[in-house]
Every structure is written in C-alpha cells, then in structure tokens.
Design a binder for this molecule. Sequence first.
Ligand SMILES: CC(C)(COP(=O)(O)OP(=O)(O)OC[C@H]1O[C@@H](n2cnc3c(N)ncnc32)[C@H](O)[C@@H]1OP(=O)(O)O)[C@@H](O)C(=O)NCCC(=O)NCCS
Length: 321
Amino acid sequence: MASKHPTDLASLVEGTPPGKQLWLRGAGRSLYPLLRSGDSVRVLRCAPEELVRGDVALLRVGRKLVAHVVVSTQPVVTASLLGKQDPVGVPLGRVTALRRGAWLLPLPRLASPSLFLGHRLLARLWTRPQARAAFRQLRDFTVSGWSRPLRQRWLGQLEVRLLREDDLDALLVFAGERLLVPGGFLRQQLLGRWTREEGLLGAAVGAFDRKGKLHGFAYLDDYRQEGLQLEGLWVRSLVVAPRARRMGIAFQLITCLVDEARRQGTDRIFADIDDDNMASLRTFRRAGFQESSPELTQRVNTEWSASGGLKPLVVLERVLI
Ligand SMILES: CC(C)(COP(=O)(O)OP(=O)(O)OC[C@H]1O[C@@H](n2cnc3c(N)ncnc32)[C@H](O)[C@@H]1OP(=O)(O)O)[C@@H](O)C(=O)NCCC(=O)NCCS
C-alpha cells in the first residue's frame, strides 16, 4: 500500500500566502519522466492569472496534487509532459524547481517558452507507437538482466541487514529520493521501535553499499499506528532503487524481515500488493508468502479504498511457525 499518512498537502499549499515558496513531495509521477514518485517540487504561490504557457503549475485535481505544463490560459488548461490533457483542476501555484535527491533542477520563468515547445514536440512524438516502444525498450534496458553485470560492477556487493540507529541519515536520504513516507515518521519509528529490544515488534531492513548508501528498503510494522484497523505486522514501503533491481535485493530484504519476525516470536506476517505489480508479487511468493483468506483481503481493500486507494490489492501472508 502507498503511504497513507494524513498530511493534507493541498491545505498546506492553500494556507501559504501568495508570493511565498514551499517545498513539497506528493505530486506523484505527474511530470514523468522528469518527475518521479518521491521527488520534490518547489512551489511559488500565485494566482491562476499569473500563469503563462509553458509554466509548470501545481494543481489540485480531486483529492490529488499534480504538477503539469500549462498549455493555455484563461482558463488554465494543463497537460502531462507527454501530452495527456488534464481534467479541470484548481491551480495553486507555479513550480519553480524540482529536486531528486541531491539533484536540483531550477525552472525559471525564462525556461517556460522552451518547456512549452519541448512539451509539444514530446506530445507529438508520443502519439507514435514506434517512439513509445523505443522509450520502453530503453527504460527496460536500464533495469533489465542485460544491464545487470554493468550495474553490479558499478554498485559493488550490497549488504542486506537490519537498520541500526546510526543508519538514520542514509535512510532519510533514500526516503527523500524514493519514498512517500515522511522523514519524521521514519525517524520516530527507527529510533523508537525498529531498533529497540524492549518487547516492541517491528523492524526495518536495508541494502547498503560499501559507502553506507541505501539502495533498497522495507519495514515491518503495525498498521494501526497509521490509522488502519488491521491486526498483525505488515511489510511496508518495499522499494529497491532501479539501479539495484533484478539482483535479488527485494527477495533478500523480505527474507531478512521474515527471519527477524520469527526471532521476535511473531507467528505470521502480511503484505498487501497492487494486483498488477508482477515483480512484487513474484518476489513475495518466492519468499514463501501465500494468499490470505478472502475475508482479510476484502477487509484490507475496504480500508484501502476508504483511504483513497484506487487499485485492488492482493493480500499475502507468511506463516512463521
Ligand atoms: C518490486 C521491487 C521491490 C522488486 O525489487 P527487485 O530487487 O528487483 O526484486 P528481485 O530481484 O528480488 O526479484 C524480482 C522478481 O520479479 C521479477 N520481475 C522483475 N520485473 C518484472 C516485471 N516487470 N514483470 C514481471 N516480473 C518481474 C523478476 O524476474 C524476479 O522474479 P523471480 O524472483 O521469480 O526471478 C522493485 O521492482 C521496486 O522497488 N518497485 C517499485 C516499488 C514497488 O513496487 N514496491 C513493492 C510494493 S508492494
């Protein structure tokens, strides 16, 4: 399940006075491939009349926030970078920079005409099936078995282990790049639960390179503290950075959590996975997870859709005794 922390980003932006800027995460993959889940945008609060063609506007569309290119004004109409026009939303401001990890891309006003032209070019290209196929092949190559030897050489041997208190900085950097979970929550859980021995259940696990940088992460914890009425311990936020995918890292992360849960005396652990996430489903099944009961699956999906989730979830569990 994606993060369900009750952070109302739209009200945070709406509560910011015009002319002020703020950083936020949660505009999803709306400018893909320029913007990915986990990336941040810097937003300048402004009125819709101040937006011009080629600006990247932050909009509220239903319950979601999206950052899209303005394709016409009065009224403001926006589209994704690859051309799909949006349903009408409420413009909240102009995006002035994007940040992915340490990488910062400023988006000054001067860049708007070029972005508009770039958007039109990409949108036109994207209507051609050959261009879409070529892009998919390139994207698949970067995480495919073919590129694995290259990536393995570049990354070196990764160590999969439980997180310790002194891994906090590495975790926050990884979270800034890849997770939607707020840093404050991770800090509180790492220091307050995942590294405590005094009878608290739960754990976090990571894949580290020689320099201590994280390339994969997952945690095991109780859903109730996040406001969901579900018993037991659940594997959450399993993410492996694209550079480290298809090397068995997710399998090792899950296996490490299974071993730790068994050590803590838990009799079973659970996972909920989007029903079209083949990579994740395969990995959990290979790690010995099996379908949970229809009743539990139904309950999880009800909780999930009540909290805004759209895709159906498959619920799996691993019996440990
Ligand atoms: C899902 C994810 C964690 C897998 O990480 P990983 O380290 O590449 O996984 P592993 O190398 O351990 O195993 C991947 C398995 O999925 C398979 N796989 C990978 N990509 C696939 C795809 N697009 N379609 C089908 N199977 C795929 C691999 O062949 C492998 O299967 P096998 O174990 O039967 O050989 C990673 O892709 C990821 O971070 N995705 C984005 C976040 C996400 O979806 N998280 C899961 C939330 S529940």
